[in-house]
Design a protein around this ligand. Structure first.
Ligand code: GTP
Ligand code: MG
Length: 199
């Protein structure tokens, strides 16, 4: 899969206002500052298509980017940041919950996990919730450039072990770095496969 064209389409706080659900869609979600917007820029070979920041809480809306005039990449706000996370029963924020539950053309949700951290309760809880809802997901361990191969593998193994306590089958897992572009091909192959499956 080659990305030849990437265009910003819209930014909305309400899933009902998103573009008509006529094209396959791939969304990026995870804790604030995990690197969702940076990953979208890395995949699209752009520096500022999606807005990034060193301060958590930068992306506050649902942002659609049309790729090759055929499918969407979606940048979502983070969960687990300040009071936003406590605004709904599940604690992930109403916008995120509505989006995951109601976006009918969502082909796959990429859940980003900071590879430097030990398993975080909110990430495990979010993955559990998405799994219960039966939404297709792929896990991406971000910022892999920030730690050694050994540390990276240790953290990933620990995360897998925690997931295996609750699930028999684990989702596909990819390691990425927006800095070195690690993981780019894997994510694009995954998108290509999902589009083909849906045709
Ligand atoms: P919110 O929109 O606030 O939820 O954050 P986000 O998940 O979109 O994170 P964003 O892409 O804005 O990145 C947050 C910070 O992490 C920025 O300073 C990025 O430069 C940095 N960052 C993101 N990905 C990587 C990575 O792979 N490697 C390194 N070294 N830094 C990264
Ligand atoms: Mg962002």
């Amino acid at each position: 899969m080659k990305i030849k064209q990437a265009a910003f389409i819209s930014s909305f706080a309400d899933v009902k206002k998103c573009p008509p659900p006529e094209k396959p869609e791939f969304a990026f979600i995870g804790r604030s500052n995990v690197g969702k917007s940076s990953l979208i820029n890395m995949l699209t070979n752009s520096k500022k298509l999606a807005k990034t920041s060193v301060t958590p809480g930068k992306t506050q809306t649902i942002n659609h980017f049309l790729i090759n005039e055929a499918w969407y990449l979606v940048d979502l706000p983070g969960y687990g940041y300040a009071s936003v996370s406590r605004s709904t029963r599940q604690g992930f924020g109403k916008m995120i919950e509505d989006y995951v539950l109601k976006r009918e053309n969502l082909s796959c949700l990429f859940i980003l996990i900071d590879s430097r951290l030990v398993p975080q309760k909110i990430d495990l809880s979010f993955i559990g919730w998405v799994g219960d809802k039966g939404v297709p997901m792929v896990i991406i361990f971000t910022k892999a450039d920030k730690l050694s191969k050994g540390e990276l593998q240790k953290n990933i193994n620990q995360f897998k072990k925690r997931l295996q306590e609750d699930w028999d089958e684990l989702p596909l897992m990819i390691t990425s770095s927006s800095k070195t572009k690690a993981g780019k091909e894997e994510v694009l192959i995954c998108i290509e496969d999902a589009i083909k499956l849906g045709e």
